[in-house]
Design a protein around this ligand. Structure first.
Ligand SMILES: [Zn+2]
Ligand SMILES: [Zn+2]
Length: 343
């Protein structure tokens, strides 16, 4: 079977891998859709001495059908449609019991994640623990399931932390896959969304996703533009999905007094002038890291019940054999969501 690996320094490769079988408590998934996530670009761009797990198939947004079940699996059957929650925890600690396997704190268990320390979704098949599978609602496509596997559910959890409502103006920094999903979901929750991104193509997609206004930082200071749209007061809530010091600071300073802000974009530093930027403005800042398994189910249910057209956010559907070129294009950061699909 085919699979995709990253070799560092922006090199990807499609390789042949031997067939695999599920062990006890595991299932074999026939992959149907596997999303490309902005956080994959960190690994894609990593210099050769720093890249880890270069021998493993990447892809942490897997969605597919159960093709075989290992011994002792009672919760899944062949043919079930599932989303993989890509973290493997001990299953016994309090964070695993909450469905936050990414927070597993067992000292006896070596936690892993699919698409990193374990083979991920960019392969024709994938073996994973049965306990990491979330049911894909019948109403949703595999592509929508792949989007919910990471990016869209990450956006959903961050919005629930902000308790977004129809009373809010919500500024979202970054309109990559997570940011634009937050725009679509935030608009469905009733907020008037201000989408911020330097890419005109991404701002166009944000408008289609339901953005009320768009802000291009290339046309003047983002904070000033947001102030001009909010009677000089700032947004009620802000979401940062870029991961740069400047946009993190702007997410704070473009929020109104008593406003709230959530940080989603990963890595690097945040540099605030604490008193004027946060303290004297009574700002509440949240951190939000992907999603729990129950949170993913809730996000999927929200998408079904509100008939959220997630497919409109997909700009590229690619075959696994074309993954090398797909990552080259995704790296330019002006595409919509890109998904590897199987017929
Ligand atoms: Zn991700
Ligand atoms: Zn655990």
């Amino acid at each position: 079977m085919k699979g995709v690996v990253f070799l560092g320094d922006r090199k990807a490769e499609v390789r042949q891998f031997p067939e695999e079988e599920p062990g006890p408590a595991e299932v074999l998934l026939r992959m149907r859709a596997s999303g490309m996530c902005g956080s994959d670009l960190h690994k894609y761009r990593a210099p050769v001495p720093e890249i880890t797990f270069a021998e493993n198939r990447i892809g942490h947004e897997p969605c597919g059908e159960v093709a075989a079940v290992g011994a002792g699996v009672t919760n899944l059957r062949v043919g079930d449609r599932v989303i993989n929650h890509h973290y493997l925890g001990c299953g016994q600690c309090r964070f695993c019991h909450m469905g936050y396997q990414q927070l597993c704190n067992s000292t006896a268990f070596k936690k892993g994640y699919y698409g990193g320390s374990l083979h991920g979704g960019h392969g024709d098949y994938m073996v994973c623990a049965a306990s990491t599978c979330v049911p894909l609602p019948d109403e949703l496509t595999f592509e929508a399931g792949a989007m919910l596997a990471c990016g869209t559910s990450t956006a959903y959890l961050a919005l629930t932390k902000l308790e977004v409502s129809g009373r809010d103006v919500l500024a979202i920094f970054g309109q990559g896959p997570v940011g634009v999903a937050a725009t679509m979901l935030g608009a469905a929750m009733g907020a008037r969304v201000i989408a911020v991104d330097p890419s005109p193509a991404r701002l166009e997609l944000a408008r289609k996703a339901g953005a009320w206004k768009t802000v291009n930082p290339g046309e003047g200071d983002s904070v000033g533009q947001i102030m001009a749209l909010t009677h000089g007061e700032g947004a009620d809530a802000t979401l940062e999905a870029v991961g740069l010091p400047l946009t993190r600071k702007q997410a704070a300073t473009s929020a109104r007094v008593f406003g709230r802000s959530v940080l989603v974009g990963e890595r690097g530093q945040a540099i605030y002038d604490a008193t004027p930027d946060i303290i004297h403005r009574h700002l509440t800042i949240y951190g939000s890291w992907t999603v729990s398994m129950p949170g993913m189910e809730e996000a999927a249910r929200f998408v079904v019940d509100r008939q959220i057209p997630l497919h409109e956010l997909i700009s590229d559907r690619v075959a696994i054999g074309d993954a090398v070129d797909a990552y080259r294009r995704f790296d330019r950061q002006d595409t919509g969501k890109m998904v590897i699909v199987w017929d």
